[in-house]
Design a binder for this molecule. Structure first.
Ligand SMILES: [Zn+2]
Length: 240
């Protein structure tokens, strides 16, 4: 990346972690991407199991840590690493968790629910770091001095994509999202957000880095319409 901007992929799997010799090339952890900006802003995208190793990499520093964790949505593969993010156990650290919420369940509740005692020995409320929640909707926000654009994507239960603009550098994170080929949108039986592709195109124009879900080949996608993931070809068309 441009000088002083670091991007590291700590987890790129979907659905479930995949340990084993077959998966060592890209790793077996679920979604987590680190973006470290020159002014030491630490932005983390998704809290799949990859966030555990990311957190461990910051545990030996003497300075207190401030981190912003942007969640795309709350399917397990995007939040299941959060209880194992060691910086949240260290007093003095500041962790801000950002994402959408629903009318029925608020953001803090969505995440504390997965750490209730029936699921986890440690409750979210008992973590030693200062944990804050920041609810986002579609639009624009300035987070830690950095411009963030957000857009809802096509995924079961809804998901949110992020565009980070730092100076003249633009980094885009879109997973999970189903980019729709024309033959799918004709009757729109599945009630997709039909304006989603255009919104993403507009926001990602001139991007330095586009990170996008590309789960299927075109052939595989035909039997997985509505599952909320894109074919490689559609992502390449979007990126052109
Ligand atoms: Zn999902």
């Amino acid at each position: 990346m441009k000088a002083g901007i670091k991007v590291k992929f700590w987890g790129v799997r979907g659905s479930i972690p995949t340990p084993g010799i077959k998966y060592v090339k890209y790793g077996g952890n679920t979604s987590c991407v680190e973006l470290l900006l020159p002014d030491e802003q630490l932005f983390i995208f998704d809290a799949g199991t990859g966030i555990r190793e990311l957190g461990n990499s910051f545990c030996n520093r003497e300075k207190q840590l401030k981190a912003h964790i942007f969640l795309s949505h709350f399917h397990w593969d995007h939040i299941q690493g959060l209880p194992f993010f060691m910086p949240s156990y260290i007093k003095g650290n500041e962790i801000v968790i950002l994402g959408m919420e629903t009318q029925e369940v608020k953001l803090d509740k969505i995440l504390s629910n997965q750490m209730e005692s029936i699921y986890s020995p440690v409750k979210l409320q008992s973590l030693s770091a200062d944990i804050k929640f920041h609810v986002l909707s579609e639009g624009n926000a300035v987070i830690d001095g950095v411009n963030i654009d957000t857009v809802f994507t096509n995924h079961p239960g809804q998901s949110m994509g992020y565009v980070v603009t730092y100076g003249k550098t633009k980094i885009c994170y879109f997973t999970d999202n189903e980019i729709l080929p024309a033959w799918v949108t004709e009757d729109n039986k599945l009630k997709y957000r039909l304006d989603c592709r255009d919104k993403i195109l507009c926001l990602t124009k001139g991007a330095d880095l586009l990170i996008h879900d590309a789960q299927y080949t075109e052939e595989e996608y035909k039997s997985r319409v509505g599952w909320g993931h894109s074919s490689i070809c559609e992502v390449l068309r979007l990126a052109k």
